[in-house]
Structures are given as structure tokens and as C-alpha cells.
Design a protein around this ligand. Structure first.
Ligand SMILES: C[S@@+](CC[C@H](N)C(=O)[O-])C[C@H]1O[C@@H](n2cnc3c(N)ncnc32)[C@H](O)[C@@H]1O
Length: 223
């Protein structure tokens, strides 16, 4: 996936997650050594907390059609299907992530209910699949340069709930996280609370719950 010249933010993010897909997904693995488990919990514990809170906030799932944007290895999609969602569509522009998502969904017996698309949001979504009862984007806005058009598209595709996480700009892990991404040449976008509220207002999202979840802000909105 890596070209001689990678120009745009999207290309850099896509190539990073394509190459890093297995390592990223390993965060969700429960079978790991005590040192790896400690580091993942201490450094990236928010990943699992986000998943649990999304499931809690979207209940009941029966009959729902859900879109997960920047779905990565499909862990949220599979959890939504396991909890009773009728149909879940996950979209991610990193092929390595979608390969894992397809494999995990099939292994879990939810290959039919979960559909994974390799593509950039929102272009990769078929408008005929809308409206969705819920649309989620977790660990995703960390890598989005222009969030307003993306959130506007999520809102327009949905009649129900939006759940989105935004990484805090002021937080004890930030300097090291910034340094790690800078070393890899991968773009990273962090947010202050006022900035998130401004982005949401500009995207037409007004009826919302604002939650401080570890290193993230988690927004649960009715649209
Ligand atoms: C940190 S991963 C999070 C994956 C998943 N949501 C989770 O929490 O397990 C962020 C994902 O967003 C994807 N992504 C970023 N911008 C995107 C875009 N515009 N369209 C599609 N996928 C995108 C990346 O490829 C990456 O796999």
C-alpha cells in the first residue's frame, strides 16, 4: 500500500492502519501475557471502555440497522450483531483492517449480518442503505482532518443515534502519543471540549450527551 510518495492525510492514515491492522486488533485480544495486558489496559484501556459504552447506549438492538464508520477490525460491528442488531455495515479504507473484520465476523457466526466495505467514508456508502438507526465512529476522529463534513454525512444517513469519540488534547498520555505518531509520520488530531462542541454545532448535531471517558470525549447524540 505504501507509495513512493504519500501525500494526503487520508493516504498516510490508510497506509498506517493497513500495515498496523494486526497489532491494532490485538488490543482486543483477551489471551495475552501479563505485561502486554498491563500495557494495553494502562495505555489503551479506552478502546475496550468505548466498546462497552457503545453497546450500553445502543440497547435494545433488536431490528436495528447500524453503520460503523472507520470500523477497523470490526470489533464494534460484531458486538452489535451479537447483541441482536439486524444488519451492521462497517466501512474502513484500510484493506488490512477489513480482511481481519471479515475473518472475525465469519468466525463468530455473524458473516451474514455484518457487511464490511473497503472504502472512504462517506463515498463508499450506498445511499440506498440509509437511513440507519444508529451510526458510530470510535477511535476514528483521531485521524480525520476535516470532521464537519464527515459528521454532517453521518447525521444525514441516520435517523436515531450517533456515537462518536474524540481524543482529548489535554491529557497525560498526549505528549508520548504525539511523539509516537510524529515518529511514524501518521497524522493525529486531538481536541479540546469547546472545539468538539463547535464542530458538532457546525455539523447540525445539537441534542447530545457529552461524556468524559478516560482519554476521550464520547458524544451520544439523537438525530
Ligand atoms: C484506530 S482505528 C479504530 C477502529 C475501530 N473503530 C475500533 O475502535 O476498534 C481507526 C480506523 O479509521 C479508519 N479511517 C480513518 N479515516 C477514514 C475514512 N475517511 N474513511 C474510512 N476509514 C477511515 C482507519 O483506516 C482505521 O482503521
Amino acid at each position: 500500500m505504501t507509495n513512493n510518495v504519500t501525500n494526503t492525510v487520508e493516504e498516510k492514515v490508510r497506509d498506517h492502519f493497513h500495515e498496523d491492522a494486526e497489532r491494532f486488533d490485538a488490543i482486543y485480544e483477551t489471551k495475552k501475557g501479563p505485561i502486554a495486558a498491563f500495557i494495553d489496559n494502562w495505555w489503551r484501556g479506552v478502546v475496550q471502555k468505548r466498546l462497552e459504552l457503545n453497546v450500553e447506549k445502543l440497547k435494545p438492538f433488536k431490528g436495528k440497522k447500524i453503520l460503523d464508520v472507520g470500523c477497523g477490525s470490526g470489533r464494534f460491528c460484531i458486538a452489535f450483531a451479537q447483541n441482536g442488531a439486524e444488519k451492521v455495515i462497517g466501512i474502513d479504507f484500510a484493506p488490512g483492517m477489513i480482511e481481519i473484520a471479515d475473518k472475525l465476523a465469519a468466525q463468530a457466526g455473524f458473516g451474514e449480518k455484518c457487511e464490511f466495505i473497503v472504502g472512504a467514508f462517506p463515498d463508499g456508502i450506498n445511499a440506498a442503505d440509509a437511513p440507519f438507526d444508529a451510526c458510530t465512529g470510535n477511535g476514528f476522529f483521531d485521524y480525520v482532518e476535516h470532521p464537519v463534513p464527515i459528521i454532517t454525512a453521518m447525521r444525514e444517513l441516520t435517523k436515531g443515534k450517533l456515537i462518536m469519540s474524540f481524543p482529548k488534547a489535554v491529557e497525560w498520555r498526549v505528549p508520548l502519543r504525539r511523539f509516537r505518531f510524529w515518529m511514524k509520520g501518521t497524522p493525529l488530531f486531538l481536541y479540546r471540549e469547546a472545539q468538539v462542541r463547535d464542530i458538532l454545532a457546525k455539523s447540525g448535531v445539537t441534542d447530545l450527551e457529552f461524556i468524559h471517558l478516560d482519554r476521550d470525549y464520547l458524544v451520544v447524540a439523537n438525530v
